[in-house]
Design a protein around this ligand. Sequence first.
Ligand code: HEM
Length: 135
Amino acid sequence: MSETLTSPSRKASGTLVVNRVLVSIHAVAIIGQPVFAGGYLGGAYDMLSLHRLGADAVSFVAYAQLFAALALWLVRGPRWLFWVSLLLAAGETAQYFAGLAGALDLHIPLGVALVTGMVLTTVAVWRPQTWRASR
Ligand code: HEM
């Protein structure tokens, strides 16, 4: 059996805290995106620059989260967060270019999926995690 519940080391617990904080910041940032987009579509055209700024922030945090999730894997933490973060970072990269290209038929549904994915990830990362035993 590879997955075992054990007490994590202090370093491992700290790495989980960093991951939880990053995932939560990421969720707040991505939830802001449809808000700014809605303002823009409603006629507040300066909201597009906030959406653009938000896109840079979301992308930055997505890549930071990916590295943090890798660190969590390396301290024998859960591996699922790395794969989920990789999927989200890839989706957000596609989302960024779809936004720049004005491809709203892809950008809007992908945006809804990414926001949903981030909310579910945030709930999941704050739940108790499974640690792998050292061999
Ligand atoms: C549900 C979420 C989202 C909605 C509804 C949404 C909607 C929009 C809309 C309406 C535009 C304007 C497109 C145009 O005028 O042609 C836009 C542009 C853009 N979006 Fe999003 N978006 C969402 C999430 C995101 C996310 C998560 C990112 C980044 C990862 C992003 C990155 C961009 C970029 C880079 C642009 C181009 C901005 C510019 O031209 O200055 N969007 N988005």
